[in-house]
Write a protein that binds this ligand. Structure first.
Ligand SMILES: Cc1cc2nc3c(=O)[nH]c(=O)nc-3n(C[C@H](O)[C@H](O)[C@H](O)COP(=O)(O)OP(=O)(O)OC[C@H]3O[C@@H](n4cnc5c(N)ncnc54)[C@H](O)[C@@H]3O)c2cc1C
Length: 395
């Protein structure tokens, strides 16, 4: 049984596990309460920017996380109508030197498994499955998580890392359902030999078109390619990994260049998600309870930063606890204040780049092509610095 001196973490996604690892590094114990019957991740690839690698090193999983990563050569932006290359940023030596870390793509399951492995290796982390948190109660000194099966677990703080539909947020913020963006994402993974020859690039590639975009990159030592393609079809209902036929996927991309459209024909077992986010909020703490990751600041995927932000939260939180550990409530407020502006900026920016870089048409697309093709490497570095440099921990 967990001791009351433990932190409770609702949710064993990347954010929750990173929190447990961060706290363990500072000498604190935690119990991770995961609703599923096993620890795992759905979906295939995930992009990891230099700021993610900075967090891996803070969390002590740098080597494990790097093991499964594919280090791409470039980030490439293509015009999905004309088929022309708009811009490419090399993420080789100069990029790594500038940001101190690489840009990589990783299989979600591999990354998550390396976090689970690190948690299991730690004496300070207790992983519990079949443990859905439905609500909490707290006194001056402790907080109790109430589980769906009637169990109650008590600790010194509760971190709600329970994702987009967080029960902890429901009670703490009470701001209803997430906002349905109307953007639908279809995902598939294909063996590299099925990837069209002329698209087998060691790059994180984005084809941007009117109300749609297509992303592909290699995974698993280049053995497979991850396809993530999105259309703004005004979908009304949130969905999360529902199977969909290839013909249905194809229907939404008939207007894009044939060269990239062929990706859809090669994809198998397509699944789709209808993307959601929320408006940024200033406060995500109540006494001994705080939110983290998607529970605190769910965002559209366009900066490819949701998981990176959840891990940065975890690093900042463990720093806050180390700094104010004798006063947990103050530590949580310090964490919230330290993270709210940066994460809100990514939430808001994700919507904006969705509109102006990923999905514009006509004159707006011309502006994108003209400005982004004219930018130098230094200008791209300057543009990304606020994000990829990560967040320094205050003294
Ligand atoms: C299409 C797409 C592409 C993306 N690409 C990227 C990318 O390239 N890079 C990037 O950084 N981010 C990306 N993201 C965002 C990223 O996936 C999320 O931001 C990240 O997974 C959030 O992690 P989390 O731990 O906060 O939440 P989650 O991953 O949602 O984990 C929450 C966990 O809590 C559990 N849970 C839920 N409710 C309860 C409860 N009541 N009690 C107990 N357990 C509970 C769940 O089972 C789950 O295990 C992408 C997202 C999408 C949709």
């Amino acid at each position: 049984m967990p001791s009351q001196q433990q932190f409770l973490i609702a949710g064993g996604g990347l954010g929750g596990l990173a929190t447990a690892l961060g706290l363990a590094r500072k000498g604190y114990s935690s119990t991770v309460l995961e609703q599923s019957s096993r620890f795992g991740e759905i979906g295939a690839g995930i992009q990891m920017a230099p700021n993610a690698f900075k967090t891996f090193d803070h969390l002590g999983v740098g080597d494990r996380a790097r093991r499964g990563a594919v280090f791409v050569d470039e980030m490439v932006l293509m015009d999905a109508l004309s088929g022309e290359r708009i811009a490419a940023l090399s993420v080789g030596e100069r990029f790594r030197k500038r940001f101190g870390n690489p840009y990589a793509v990783v299989h979600r399951a591999d990354l998550h498994a390396s976090f689970v492995e690190a948690c299991r290796d730690s004496k300070r982390v207790d992983l519990q499955v079949d443990s859905q948190v439905v609500r909490y109660t707290q006194t001056e000194d402790v907080v109790t998580a109430h589980l769906r099966d009637g169990r109650q677990v008590t600790g010194i703080a509760l971190i709600g890392a329970d994702g987009l539909r967080s029960k902890v947020r429901q009670q703490l913020v009470d701001d209803g359902e997430p906002l349905v963006s109307g953007h639908t994402t279809f995902r598939s993974v294909i063996p590299t030999e099925k990837m069209p020859d002329d698209l087998r690039w060691n790059a994180a590639t984005l084809w941007a078109g009117p109300k749609c975009h297509l992303v592909h990159y290699p995974l698993k030592d280049g053995k497979v390619f991850n396809l993530v393609i999105t259309c703004h079809n005004d979908a009304k209902e949130a969905e999360n990994g529902k199977p969909v036929s290839r013909d249905e996927v194809r229907k939404h991309f008939m207007h894009v260049n044939a060269r990239v459209r062929q990706l859809i024909d090669h994809g198998e077992d397509w699944k789709y998600w209808v993307l959601c986010d929320r408006e940024p909020i200033q406060n995500w703490v109540e006494g001994r309870v705080a939110l983290l990751g998607d529970a605190a600041h769910p965002m559209l995927q366009y900066y490819a930063q949701g998981a990176c932000m959840a891990m940065e939260d975890a690093v900042f939180l463990s720093h806050a606890i180390e700094k104010h550990g004798d006063n947990i409530k103050q530590a949580l407020i310090y964490y919230n204040r330290g993270r709210a502006v940066r994460t809100a900026r990514v939430q808001m920016g994700s919507r904006l780049i969705g509109e102006y870089i990923y999905h514009p048409a006509g004159a707006k697309a011309d502006v994108r092509n003209a400005t982004m093709s004219a930018m130098s490497e230094e200008e791209y570095f300057a543009e990304f610095a606020w994000l990829y440099d990560g967040q320094d921990l205050p003294a």
